[in-house]
Write a protein that binds this ligand. Structure first.
Ligand SMILES: Cc1cc2nc3c(=O)[nH]c(=O)nc-3n(C[C@H](O)[C@H](O)[C@H](O)COP(=O)(O)OP(=O)(O)OC[C@H]3O[C@@H](n4cnc5c(N)ncnc54)[C@H](O)[C@@H]3O)c2cc1C
Length: 327
């Protein structure tokens, strides 16, 4: 075993000795723009990963949803996709939900209806946190010149952009989240944001797709109010930096599901449900702070650069290409 470790260490040392751009290993993800690499992660340690492609860590939501929906149906769950929850009322005996003019009644209700959760709002559960600093963009476009943007992650004067040729671009524009849900995501707008973030004139021949998101970070004040509980983005939202939102929601569901089942079957006291909040809310609070820290690290200006330069010194495994900066 020690021989194998030594061999791996030697291999890594050898990789570290050549210029990062010449290294064979590819970025597999990042934290605040600091890469980690595909060949440095033991993927076998993730037995539940359902990666969409063989050469990627990433699982797409559709695949995860198909797997989980199949399991739920096999256990007898009925999934209704055409019912928009409009109102929620609870009593000591149960919860009544009105959706698309129909009335549904149950002993418990779990709101998993996303960051703008109707269930959370109608149940009077608070949702406090910090306002956004940036608008994030996910873009698919055809560039007039594919060499204009340096591939990989780039800390730039106006924010950060990641270019994956030929036409995939992610960027964070530090506009306090103003453009999110207000700007028309036209080709001209995306070009203007690209110029603002990168400082480079980028011409887009066509824009196939653009969506926005922010680093708003908010946490539910309670995870349970009487017979109503919240899970997933209904309980917490934060920037997708680090890619943890869906994982966090799945953790909520795993924690709550077995407890709710035990209470419903009469195998556990109702108080057990309070432990859901005790256990899961601190995890979400930590992730929110983790995502805020990543936002701070990519913020343009004097604060981000010295820290990332520090990372270069502290962590030689994160090569210089992870912290490329533009003058
Ligand atoms: C750009 C981006 C990249 C991301 N990358 C990652 C990543 O790499 N890894 C990761 O773990 N997370 C990632 N996330 C976060 C992840 O997508 C979310 O945390 C996750 O989708 C939340 O799941 P959810 O089911 O709680 O909420 P949602 O996905 O928002 O689903 C809520 C559902 O409730 C429905 N709904 C809403 N209101 C009602 C109503 N009134 N009645 C009935 N139904 C309703 C909606 O239609 C929707 O189907 C990313 C997010 C973004 C924006």
């Amino acid at each position: 075993m020690l021989d194998a470790l030594k061999e791996a260490a030697a291999d890594r040392a050898a990789k570290g000795s050549i210029h990062p751009e010449q290294q064979q290993h590819r970025a597999g993800g990042h934290s605040a723009g600091i890469d980690f690499f595909f060949d440095e992660v033991e993927a076998a340690a993730w037995p539940c990963a359902v990666a969409a492609k063989m050469d990627s860590f990433a699982a797409d939501i559709a695949t995860i949803e198909t797997v989980l929906a199949g399991r739920a149906k096999a256990l007898g769950a009925e999934i209704r996709r055409d019912a928009k929850v409009e109102s929620v009322a609870q009593s000591d005996l149960g919860v009544t939900v009105f959706a698309n003019g129909e009335r549904y009644h149950g002993r418990w209700l779990v709101g998993c209806d996303g960051g703008r959760s109707t269930v959370r709002k109608m149940s009077g559960i608070g949702f406090a946190g910090t306002d956004p600093e940036f608008t994030g963009y996910s873009v698919e476009a055809t560039l007039a010149d594919t060499t204009t943007l340096t591939p990989g992650r780039n800390l730039a004067p106006g924010g950060v952009f990641i270019s994956a040729p030929p036409g995939t671009i992610w960027m964070a524009d530090f506009d306090c989240g103003v453009a999110h849900r207000t700007a028309a995501l036209t080709r001209v707008h995306v070009e203007a944001v690209l110029k603002n973030v990168s400082g480079i004139d980028v011409v887009l021949k066509t824009l196939q797709f653009a969506s926005t998101w922010t680093d708003r970070a908010q946490l539910a004040s309670e995870y349970r109010r009487g017979r109503v509980l919240v899970a997933g983005d209904a309980a917490h939202v934060h920037s997708p930096l680090g890619g943890q939102g869906l994982d966090l929601g799945l953790g909520d569901a795993m924690n709550l599901g077995r407890k709710l089942a035990a209470v419903k079957r009469g195998n556990a006291p109702v108080d057990l449900l309070d432990s859901y909040e005790w256990e899961r809310q601190p995890v979400a609070a930590a992730i929110l702070n983790w995502s805020r820290a990543q936002g701070a690290l990519i913020r343009p200006g004097y604060r981000a650069s010295p820290i990332l330069r520090g990372c270069r010194i502290q962590a030689p495994r994160f090569p210089a290409r992870a912290i490329r900066e533009h003058p």
